[in-house]
Structures are given as structure tokens and as C-alpha cells.
Ligand binder design. Structure first.
Ligand code: DI6
Ligand code: FE
Length: 404
């Protein structure tokens, strides 16, 4: 691409992992340069061919990747579930704790009692941890309010994260996360009285970018999720689903049939689900932090997803119960070690495919026209990002073209 005007900023001396698929592994350019103007990449290629720029910076051989994207998180919540961690170590299962009124519902009690300021403080602490490892875009869900006021409060807090920090946020409405105690045994009643009207209100306030649900024996049935998705479609909102995490209810195929952006977790996904996702172009979002924390023994069918060409994203699922993990780098490591992704697949899962899981094509790769949301790392090779554990090599982060 030729650039007639000098660009604002040129990064040289860079090893650039563009993450554009189909060429070199990681889309790697060994001695590369990236030109940025008005917050966007305007040129990327070999340093010897770089266009002129008003400002040049030599990165001394550091690695540049797209800013990381956490496409599945629950970072707005109050309280903690350390006691449940102890109970699980004493032998109680995640489902048994949930059925006894703990689990998600214990976080619901704490979240309902928390002010907007308290929720924001907690969310910012977790967002800061993700940002410190190069994240430039976070998906954030509601789902710990399960009443109108608290669900709306959670979504407002999620929006405020983007106002308070140099990070982009995409929100997902997850009113269908669990059935609250006041509707115990009446998921249908809860759906009609709270979930659907709150979704309408949240959408009217511009608080919702996508609609999510939890399709599981301890949560909502496929028929109930289908009703939720129909309402989302009527509002023009994309859908996604927590599916096949603890059992196989056919949630992934249901999501695919509704044109879902993604189906997430997927430990119990079967061939029918894989085929439906491939046909619909639904992204699989793998969440190894939840698999690890719950000591699951079934891994998602990675080989089948790969063979069918289903894109695989990787995310933290950061939440107080099943995945108290605020590190995308550790999620990448777990995706490799536990799920046998290659380091390249894992990194693509937190960049290229994560963008697609959010329905975005303006980020997740270093390509002219996309946003200049970048991470600069003190490593030689991109495989190092997934290889290390608890060792943050981020040297700098660029958000909308500015070092932040
Ligand atoms: N699946 C999960 O892993 C999280 N939500 C869901 O539907 C867990 C949320 C929690 O335990 O608080
Ligand atoms: Fe989740």
C-alpha cells in the first residue's frame, strides 16, 4: 500500500506478528515496520520499504502484536468465592454448590448489595490486570444482578470501564445466567418478568452490544434460550451462548442456528454441534481457566473444531467462581498445555478470532485500515507469549495510536 502523506508515527526495528492468517506463521515480518495515522495502521511491511513519517521509533527488535482481546469476561461483580474454593477442595462439586444456593447466586447477593462505585472499583482492578498484559479490548457481561436494576447497573459499570481506562469494551447482556431465588423453579416466569423486559430497557439505553445466556441443566433450557435469542433478533442484537460446559444440551447447535457470533466453553460439544458451528461460521470460544479451576476432565473437541475449520478463540472467562483468572497470557498457556492448541492458534485466539467472536473486523490484526491497538513485547518469538507462566513481558501498549 502506498502512503502519499507522511504518517504520524512509524515503529521500526520491530518483529511484527500481524496475525493475518494464510501466510507466514503468526503473519510474522522479521525486520518490520508499522505506520500509524489517526489511530489506525496505514502501512505494515519490511522496514526497508517503510514510508516516511513525522515520528520514528526504533523498537530494538521487540515483538509487536495486535493488542490482546479478551472476548469472554465477567469482570463486573462484588464479593469473592474463596469459601467455595475451599468447599470444592473438600469434595463438593460446582453444580452441587450452585444447587444449594451458592455459586453464581452467592455473587448475585453481593453484587445486588454493591453500589455502582464499588462495582466499578472492582471491575477496574481486574481490567487493569488485563491491560497490564497488553489487552486493548474487553468483552464484559452482566449476569450477576438477575434483577432489572442490578443488571442495568452492571452494564453501566462495564461502559464506564471504557471511559476510565484506555481500553475498548463490548458488553453482553447475560440476564439468563441463573434463575434468581425469587423465581426459584420458575425459569419461564423469570424470563418473562425480568430477562426480556430488562433486555429491552438495556438496549434502549444503548448498554447492550450482544445477548448471551447459560444453556445448562442448572440454568436455562434450549427452548428458553431460543425465546431469548428471538427477542435479541427482534432488537437487532447479535447472540452468543455458554454452551456444553457441564453437559450436552445441544446449545452450540442452537446458537449456530440463530447465527450466533460464538458458542463458549464447549467441553461437551459433539460432532453435530461442530458441524452446525462450521456451517454458521460461529466462533468457538475456549475457556481453559474454567476447565482448570473446576478440574474438568473432558477437553473441548479441538481436533474436530480444527478439522471443520471452526475458528477457535481463547478468553479468560474471568469471574469469581469458575475462573478467577485475570490473565490472558495464562489463558494462552493453558489453551496450549491443557487443550493442545499450538502457540500460534492460542495467540490467534486472543487476537484475530477473538475480534470475530465479537463481530468486529477493525482490530485483532495489524493491517492497514484496522485500529492501531498494539502490544509491544520484550520477547524474540511470539511462541514465548504462550510458553511462560506468570511472567509478563509487555514493554508498551499502543491504544488508538497512542502509547498508554
Ligand atoms: N459459566 C461459567 O463458567 C461462568 N458462568 C457460566 O455460565 C461461571 C460464573 C460463576 O461461577 O460465577
Ligand atoms: Fe462465562
Amino acid at each position: 500500500m502506498s502512503v502519499s502523506e507522511p504518517s504520524d508515527r512509524l515503529l521500526t526495528g520491530a518483529r511484527v506478528a500481524t496475525m493475518v492468517p494464510g501466510g507466514a506463521p503468526y503473519g510474522l515480518i522479521e525486520d518490520g515496520a508499522v505506520a500509524i495515522t489517526d489511530g489506525h495502521v496505514v502501512w505494515v511491511g519490511p522496514a526497508t520499504e517503510a514510508p516516511c513519517a513525522r515520528r520514528r521509533e526504533d523498537l530494538g527488535g521487540r515483538l509487536v502484536t495486535p493488542g490482546l482481546i479478551d472476548c469472554h469476561s465477567h469482570i463486573v461483580f462484588a464479593g469473592d468465592r474463596a469459601r467455595e474454593f475451599e468447599m470444592r477442595l473438600e469434595g463438593a462439586s460446582y453444580e452441587a454448590i450452585a444447587r444449594a444456593g451458592g455459586g453464581i447466586l452467592s455473587t448475585v447477593r453481593a453484587t445486588r448489595a454493591a453500589s455502582e462505585a464499588e462495582l466499578l472499583a472492582g471491575a477496574l482492578a481486574r481490567a487493569d490486570a488485563l491491560i497490564a498484559e497488553g489487552a486493548t479490548l474487553l468483552e464484559i457481561k452482566s449476569g450477576y444482578g438477575l434483577d432489572r436494576d442490578t443488571e442495568l447497573r452492571m452494564l453501566r459499570v462495564a461502559r464506564r470501564v471504557a471511559a476510565e481506562r484506555p481500553v475498548r469494551v463490548r458488553t453482553s447482556f447475560l440476564g439468563a445466567h441463573a434463575v434468581p431465588p425469587e423465581f426459584a423453579g420458575d425459569a419461564e416466569g423469570y424470563l418473562d418478568a425480568i430477562v426480556l423486559p430488562t433486555l429491552e430497557a438495556a438496549a434502549a439505553e444503548g448498554l447492550v452490544d450482544a445477548v448471551d445466556g447459560f444453556c445448562e441443566g442448572i440454568a436455562f433450557s434450549p427452548a428458553q434460550i431460543a425465546r431469548l435469542f428471538d427477542r435479541a433478533a427482534a432488537l437487532g442484537l447479535p447472540v452468543k451462548l455458554h454452551a456444553e460446559q457441564l453437559s450436552n444440551l445441544g446449545g452450540a447447535a442452537l446458537a449456530a442456528d440463530h447465527g450466533a457470533l460464538s458458542a463458549d466453553h464447549l467441553e461437551w460439544l459433539d460432532d453435530t454441534g461442530v458441524e452446525a458451528m462450521a456451517a454458521a461460521g460461529t466462533v468457538s470460544v475456549l475457556l481453559p481457566g474454567a476447565y482448570y479451576t473446576l478440574r474438568e476432565t473432558r477437553v473441548p473437541p479441538v481436533a474436530a473444531l480444527r478439522a471443520a475449520g471452526v475458528p477457535m478463540a481463547v478468553a479468560t472467562d474471568c469471574n469469581p467462581g469458575s475462573s478467577p483468572l485475570a490473565s490472558l497470557l495464562i489463558a494462552l498457556n493453558m489453551a496450549c498445555t491443557l487443550f493442545r492448541l499450538t502457540p500460534e492458534e492460542a495467540l490467534a485466539g486472543a487476537t484475530w478470532h477473538a475480534a470475530r467472536a465479537l463481530g468486529l473486523d477493525d482490530c485483532g490484526a495489524i493491517v492497514p485500515g484496522r485500529r492501531a491497538d498494539l502490544a509491544i513485547w520484550d520477547v524474540r518469538h511470539p511462541a514465548e507469549l504462550a510458553y511462560r507462566i506468570g511472567w509478563n513481558p509487555l514493554a508498551a501498549r499502543i491504544f488508538a495510536g497512542e502509547t498508554t
